[in-house]
Each structure stands twice: as structure tokens, then as C-alpha cells.
Write a protein that binds this ligand. Structure first.
Ligand SMILES: Cc1ncc(C[n+]2csc(CCOP(=O)(O)OP(=O)(O)O)c2C)c(N)n1
Ligand SMILES: [Mg+2]
Length: 565
């Protein structure tokens, strides 16, 4: 007979079986019993207490992206669940395996709109792979195992499990579950042969890598395939770490602010091989690089989720496969002989390198604080496997366009475009991989969405470098405003605090830079502080609000828009 255990103890025992060693939470009285059971498991499961539930779910998402293991978060009922929602939505759009446990009212009060009562099935129905409530303690092993199985298999994603308070205290005699086993489809011989045939007929192929589920071995296998076939390889929006950006076959990222030459190259291609990418709005420049639903180019779409294939694009060849399964077959595929596109890789690479030169916005005047130089100075100062995180905003373009991500798990960024992601993601990365250097790019708006997690970074000794690009506004929206409604700024200006002093108040290093040289000095001081104290540092960059993108000033955008209107 299995021992008698409470629902809460059963839950924590299942987490151990599922291989969980980190969980992120904001506590709530609704799941006190779980906290108590986690107390006994504290040597095995590190519980990271955050300042806001968005921090908990963003950290769990980043943890999963970085480690390849499902992220776990605990949040309390209604208000906690609402705060957590942004991380769940992000995990859904980013295909990140996540298991979120939410407190729930006791079963005797259910359906009375009791204190903080929400029906999570309706609330999270559209932004999770699965949402359920565990009503009986003896179902805990089964349902927790299914949560991990669902989150990690096929196209990964978030699962929410609600925990009625009385269930956590109920006693049950039930056996433990087994550890989950992520299951992924593999390509058939016929599909690999069909791919080779399409390649054999092509003159101008382009590859786009994206999505999740990649491993170091999968990336390596893919690299060998690309090299053997002289293929130009681009990466989807915010998936730039799937292929070493320094590699001669890497030709840039397909996202916001795409290199126009790369966009043209994709439009002119006769074969697009999209591997792992969802081919969403951002990766297709609003469904224009590939016409929807039937692209002009031949399309090979490889995706771990069967339901994703044919959702929008009617590909010539659809392959439902996990990245590891697909890439290992590619590495063994006989290369195409005398590939006619062989010499075009060099041209595509030159286009990428030209796109990384000093940008147009700085062509005429010497800026006081040169963000292009900032990226170069940073690249010289940190190890090549540094992890770069960011949230959403125009500032992130400086990282996406000018940073060279050196390989798998050097980038943590929300394809969902969630502001506030970068700060908690960086902290989670440092907690998960303390030996790595972690740098967060944040806008002034972006930073203030989750900047309070600086407290979490201090508490857990997460020595992360935060760069706050302060232009005194929600710049992205201002840019769109000037394009659509020139000269009518409204609701996008920000009055900001002194970010360096905020950092110091938390016990972090703080400095402000308003010149390029000033940045170099502040960076050196920040890195020295982080090395010595193992605590975070914040460097605020007072940027020129006119420099709204690497391509254009606000004034130029306004003037062009006025002419057009
Ligand atoms: C949670 C969330 N709220 C709102 C938006 C819409 N949005 C996208 S970028 C942006 C402004 C970002 O401002 P900031 O971080 O200062 O960066 P900047 O564009 O000024 O460089 C806003 C409000 C969003 N993407 N996510
Ligand atoms: Mg800003």
C-alpha cells in the first residue's frame, strides 16, 4: 500500500519525480500547504520568490528556454493568476514548456464567486495547451504527470493546474507517477527524399530556423547540413541563437526591422525551408514575405506541432517532426551535388555584414552616445557565450541587428513582444546558469514594467547587467504615432526616475552614461562590481530621443508622414 500523503505533499513529490529543481512564485494563503511541503524539499527544489507574478512566470519561461526543461511557477488565486497571465501568454506564443500552479477556493465554496474565485478553464482556455483543476488528492500524480507530458510534447507550451485549497489538505493513498517523456514525431524516409528532390530542383533556396525544442546536437547537425549544401540560413524573429551569427552561412534575422535585402532574398527565393518556425506575423513581415495562404515560393515547413502545419501556409511539403529528430536525419542526407546557389551564400552574407555597419541614422553627425558603438564595446567586454535578454521596444533592435549571438541559448527574448520580459528573464538565466554572463537590454518603459525584480536579483545574488535605454518615452508607439498621426504626440511621454539611484537603493551598482566614453567607463565599473560582489548592476543610457531607430530620426519619420498624408 502506498503511504498516506496530503494533496500538497503528493504534488511536491510529483515535482521531484518530474525532475523539477527550480520553481518561481509569489506566495498566497491559497497554497500554504504546498509551501509547507516545499519546505521539506528545499534542498532539491530551489524556490525563487519574486516581486510580482509576471516575474514568476517570465522567469519560469526563461528558465525553460535556457535549460530545455519545463519551467514551473506557483501563483495565488484571482489577482495572482491575473498578474501571471502575461508570462503564460508569452509561453504560449513562444512555445515554451511551462507548468503553472494556481491556488483555487475550497470545493465547498466553489461557484459562489468566493474570495478571488476565477474559473481558470475559461480564463486560460485560449492561452494554454491544457488547463485543469485537481479536485481530488488521489488524482494528483496522474494530472501532474499529464501537465508535464502536455507541456513538453509536440509543440511545447504552457499548462495551468488549479489547486482547490481543501484538496491540498486531503489525504490519499496513491502511487507516484512516472517522469514525463517528451514525445516528438520523426520525419519519414519519403519526406527526406521529397525534401532532397525539392532542393535538387531549386536555384535559390533560403532556410529560416525558429521555434523551440532545439538542442546543441540538433543545432550542430543542422549546421553540418547547411555547410554540406551551401545553404544560406536566416533565423526567425528572436530565435537568432539557433545558428552562430559569426558563421559564413548565417545571413540575418527575419523579424521586426528586417534587412530589406534579406526580405527581398526571401521573396525572390524559389524554395523556403522553414524549420521549427511558426511562420507568424513577425517572421513573415505581416504575411508579405510569403503570400498567405499559398506562397509563390515552394515551401517546406517543418514543425513539431501537427496542428501548426497548414494552419496558415499550404506548404509543398509539410513535415511534422521534433528538431532533434529532423536535424539528425538531415546530417545524414546526401548533399546536393554542384548546387547552383553555391556562390550566393557569400553575397547573402555580405548583405548581412553591410547591414551591421554603422547605421544610417549616424551617417552625418557624431552622436554623443552612439548606440552602435555601445553594442561593439559590450561585445568586447563580455565573454562570447554571454546571454542577452530583452523585452519589447525599439531599443531591442540595437541588440537584434548588431549583436552577434554565438549559438544556442545566448538569447532570451519574447517572440510574443511582451514588455518587461528582459529583466526577470536575465535573473532566471543567472540563477539557472551562475557561471554565464547575463546582460539585459531594457527600454525605460520596458524596465519599469518589471524593474522591481531587482529585489529578487539582490536576494538570490544574481549578478546581472541591466542596460536601460532611456529615451523618455514609449518610443515604439511614438514612432508609430508620428507615422500615422504626425505631430500629434499623446500618451507616449514618460517622466522617469534616476535609474542609477534606484539601483543603488536596492543594493545594486548604478551608473548613468550620456556619452560613448562614459558608457565604456560605466560598463567597466559595473562588470568589476558584478565580479566582486555577485550582485546586479544597472547602467542607464541617456539616449537621444531623436534616434528612434538605427535607420531614421523621429523628425524624418514625421516629415515623411506629413508628405504622405
Ligand atoms: C506588456 C506590453 N504593453 C504594451 C506593449 C506595446 N508596446 C510595444 S513597445 C512599447 C514601448 C516600449 O517603450 P520602451 O521600453 O521605453 O522602449 P523604446 O521603444 O522607447 O525604445 C509599447 C508600449 C507591449 N508590447 N507589451
Ligand atoms: Mg523608451
Amino acid at each position: 500500500m502506498p503511504p498516506t500523503r496530503s494533496g500538497a505533499r503528493l504534488l511536491v513529490d510529483q515535482l521531484l519525480i518530474q525532475g523539477v529543481n527550480h520553481a518561481f512564485c509569489v506566495p498566497g494563503e491559497s497554497y500554504l500547504a504546498v509551501l509547507d511541503a516545499l519546505h521539506d524539499a528545499r534542498e532539491m527544489i530551489k524556490l525563487v520568490v519574486t516581486r510580482h507574478e509576471s516575474g514568476a512566470t517570465f522567469m519560469a519561461d526563461a528558465y525553460a528556454k535556457l535549460t530545455g526543461q519545463p519551467g514551473v511557477a506557483f501563483v495565488t488565486r484571482g489577482p495572482g493568476a491575473c498578474n501571471a497571465a502575461i508570462g503564460i501568454h508569452t509561453a504560449f506564443q513562444d512555445s515554451t514548456p511551462l507548468v503553472v500552479f494556481v491556488g483555487q477556493v475550497g470545493s465547498s465554496f466553489v461557484e459562489r464567486e468566493a474570495f478571488q474565485e476565477v474559473d481558470y478553464r475559461r480564463m486560460f482556455g485560449q492561452m494554454t495547451k491544457w488547463v485543469a483543476q485537481i479536485d481530488r488528492a488521489d488524482r494528483v500524480p496522474e494530472l501532474v504527470a499529464r501537465a508535464f507530458q502536455t507541456a513538453t510534447s509536440g509543440r511545447p507550451g504552457p499548462v495551468v493546474l488549479a489547486l482547490p485549497e481543501d484538496m491540498l489538505l486531503q489525504a490519499a493513498e496513491v502511487q507516484d507517477a512516472l517522469c514525463h517523456q517528451p514525445v516528438h514525431a520523426a520525419p519519414s524516409d519519403m519526406q527526406i527524399a521529397a525534401l532532397r528532390r525539392l532542393m535538387g530542383r531549386s536555384q535559390r533556396p533560403v532556410v529560416v530556423l525558429g521555434g523551440t525544442g532545439w538542442t546543441a546536437a540538433a543545432c550542430d547537425n543542422f549546421k553540418r547540413f547547411a555547410e554540406a549544401n551551401y545553404l544560406p540560413v536566416a533565423c526567425a524573429f528572436r530565435c537568432q541563437d539557433l545558428f552562430d551569427n559569426r558563421h559564413p552561412n548565417y545571413i540575418g534575422d527575419v523579424g521586426i526591422g528586417i534587412n530589406p535585402k534579406l526580405a527581398q532574398r526571401i521573396k525572390d527565393a524559389d524554395l523556403v525551408i522553414a524549420v521549427g518556425a511558426r511562420l507568424g506575423e513577425m517572421t513573415t513581415s505581416g504575411y508579405t514575405l510569403l503570400d498567405a495562404p499559398l506562397p509563390a515560393q515552394s515551401l517546406v515547413h517543418v514543425h513539431p506541432g501537427a496542428e501548426e502545419l497548414g494552419r496558415v501556409y499550404q506548404a509543398q511539403l509539410m513535415i511534422n517532426a521534433g528538431m532533434q529528430q529532423f536535424a539528425s536525419r538531415l546530417a545524414m542526407m546526401m548533399p546536393i551535388e554542384d548546387a547552383p546557389w553555391r556562390d550566393s551564400v557569400g553575397q547573402a552574407r555580405s548583405d548581412y555584414e553591410a547591414w551591421q555597419q554603422r547605421p544610417a541614422v549616424y551617417a552625418h553627425a557624431e552622436p554623443r552616445l552612439d548606440l552602435w558603438e555601445v553594442v561593439r564595446i559590450l561585445a568586447r567586454a563580455v565573454p562570447e557565450d554571454a546571454i542577452i535578454t530583452n523585452g519589447a521596444g525599439n531599443f531591442s533592435v540595437w541588440a537584434h541587428r548588431f549583436w552577434r549571438y554565438t549559438g544556442l541559448r545566448t538569447q532570451l527574448a519574447p517572440t510574443a513582444g511582451s514588455m518587461g520580459y528582459g529583466v526577470p528573464a536575465a535573473i532566471a538565466a543567472k540563477i539557472a546558469a551562475p557561471e554565464r554572463c547575463v546582460v539585459c537590454f531594457a527600454g525605460d518603459g520596458d524596465f519599469q514594467m518589471t524593474g522591481q525584480e531587482l529585489g529578487t536579483a539582490i536576494q538570490y545574488g544574481a549578478g546581472v547587467l541591466f542596460l536601460v535605454f532611456n529615451n523618455g518615452m514609449y518610443g515604439t508607439i511614438r514612432m508609430h504615432q508620428e507615422r500615422e498621426f504626425p505631430g500629434r504626440e499623446h500618451g507616449t511621454r514618460l517622466v522617469n526616475p534616476d535609474f542609477a539611484r534606484i539601483a543603488e537603493a536596492y543594493g545594486a551598482f548604478g551608473a548613468t552614461a550620456d556619452t560613448t566614453d562614459g558608457f565604456a567607463i560605466a560598463l567597466a565599473q559595473a562588470l568589476a562590481f558584478m565580479r566582486e560582489k555577485h550582485l546586479p548592476a544597472v547602467v542607464e543610457l541617456r539616449t537621444d530621443p531623436e534616434v528612434i531607430t538605427p535607420n531614421a530620426t523621429l523628425t524624418a519619420i514625421r516629415a515623411t508622414a506629413r508628405l504622405a498624408h
